[in-house]
Design a protein around this ligand. Structure first.
Ligand SMILES: *Cc1c(COP(=O)(O)O)cnc(C)c1O
Length: 376
């Protein structure tokens, strides 16, 4: 199989019969919207994550938007979000008329830390959106304490880390997405738990929030045709729920395969002086949504080009930190200089990472990187 960033074809090949059977059942039932599979999958995911409520929705961006809508914030309220993340984490804040307050990240973990967040607090701060980027959890215990002390909501953007486990210092463990008030995730095909189209979900342990979330995702109605608040229409298709219910059974296996591939990369690459391999934080497992190098000395673009010429794909997640995006310039409050995010945007390079990656394929990547550094 050709080397790709993500190989969904081979993954499907291994579960083809099971998936096809489930899809056929949905087709035969013709229950395309809100079919029984949606509830079944939500129940299974809640059980897997160890959370009371899972509310499926149309995609990960909707999940974030619905989460914010269910909190009852006022225009001009501030929401703290990392500058180094996918646009969706911050986009929804601006879209609803709130102010995204961007904070820097830690260059070892790519994630926000309590020190970054502390600098951003103002009397208008109402919520924090920690993003568990690339597959590992932010250090949540101090963030949760800080939020409690200041009466802030915590909405986790868990689109890239489903299945990761956070450890508290007393040994207690919880899955990412279940640590804050609301966890949001995406089932975009390339995510660690991906469907065959768009999908997303919210999770919470809070019964009242769960009720508001369900209502918001369903036109603001609790009783059909009685609309208590303005909501939206965001649903997970039954077909996608059927796919996800099969793939959820393999999530741990998939995440272990990613982790094993990442360890192999790191073992082979960590001695090369010009690159920095990703670090695993002691408080979180790592499910490697991305395997992301930092390429030092301004050589990132040259390395990317060199790899491409050798037939090896690589990607830059993300080439611009959010404070430099046109769409955010007018609406953002910047709490501090965002130097780490800027530096990361100029140095990160993600290598092929998926559940079907073989050591032989990885050797091609590793050899190409080594030969790049031999010629410079
Ligand atoms: C993918 C992703 C989202 C959005 O998910 P969609 O399903 O594509 O809307 C949000 N946040 C992060 C960090 C993501 O990686």
């Amino acid at each position: 199989m050709e080397l790709q960033m993500v190989d969904l074809k081979s993954q499907y090949g291994r579960i083809r019969e099971e998936i096809n059977r489930e899809i056929q059942q949905v087709l035969d039932s013709a229950a395309f919207v809100n079919g029984p599979k949606v509830k079944e999958f939500a129940g299974h995911l809640a059980e897997y994550c160890g959370v009371r409520h899972v509310i499926p929705c149309g995609n990960g961006t909707d999940a974030l938007q619905i989460a914010l809508m269910s909190l009852g914030l006022q225009p001009g309220d501030e929401v703290i979000v990392p500058a180094f993340t996918y646009v969706a984490s911050a986009e929804v804040i601006g879209l609803l008329g709130y102010t995204p307050v961007m904070v820097d990240v830690d260059e070892r973990s790519f994630n926000v830390t309590i020190d970054n967040i502390r600098k951003a607090l103002s009397p208008k701060t109402k919520a924090i959106i920690p993003v568990h980027l690339f597959g590992q959890s932010c250090d949540m215990a101090p963030i949760l304490d800080f939020a409690k002390e200041h009466g802030l909501y915590v909405i986790e953007d868990n689109a890239q880390s489903i299945g990761a486990v956070y450890s508290f210092s007393d040994g207690r463990k919880k899955r990412t997405g279940t640590l804050g008030h609301i966890g949001c995730t995406s089932f975009f095909p390339s995510k660690n738990l991906g469907c065959y189209g768009d999908g997303g979900a919210l999770m919470t342990d809070d019964d009242e929030l769960a009720e508001r979330i369900r209502m918001t995702a369903n036109h603001g109605q609790r009783v059909k045709y009685h609309h208590a608040v303005l909501g939206c229409n965001s649903r997970l298709d039954t077909l996608q729920a059927a796919v996800l219910d099969v793939k959820l059974k393999y999530l741990d296996e998939y995440n272990e395969a990613r982790h094993a591939a990442a360890q192999y990369y790191t073992k082979q690459l960590k001695d090369i002086p010009g690159i920095r391999t990703p670090e695993e934080m002691p408080f979180s497992t790592h499910v490697y949504h991305q395997y992301t190098l930092q390429v030092l000395d301004g050589k990132r673009d040259a390395l990317k080009k060199y790899l491409a010429e050798a037939g090896i794909p690589s990607m830059i997640y993300y080439p611009l930190p959010l404070q430099q995006q046109e769409a955010f310039k007018e609406i953002t409050r910047q709490a501090e200089d965002l130097k780490v995010s800027e530096r990361l945007a100029a140095s990160v390079l993600s290598l092929p990472m998926h559940t079907e990656l073989t050591n032989e394929q990885q050797n091609d990547v590793i050899e190409a990187i080594r030969s790049f550094y031999k010629t410079r």
